[in-house]
Design a protein around this ligand. Structure first.
Ligand SMILES: [Zn+2]
Length: 60
């Protein structure tokens, strides 16, 4: 499936939770946590739904 947008995640929002808390989750998959901060490219794709998350550690 294509069309997923990469979701940028701030350091303060770690750990990454999929599905995100702001989504209706009942018809999605079990909650998983993706340790993207431990990955070299700071990205991870959920193995259930294919959603890609990317760590955005820029200051703002
Ligand atoms: Zn997912």
């Amino acid at each position: 499936m294509t069309g997923h947008k990469t979701i940028k995640v701030k350091t303060k929002d770690l750990p990454v939770r999929c599905p995100p808390t702001d989504r209706h989750t009942t018809e999605l998959h079990p909650v998983v946590y993706l340790p993207i901060e431990e990955f070299i490219d700071k990205k991870a794709t959920c193995y259930y739904c294919g959603q890609t998350y990317e760590l955005d550690d820029s200051n703002d």
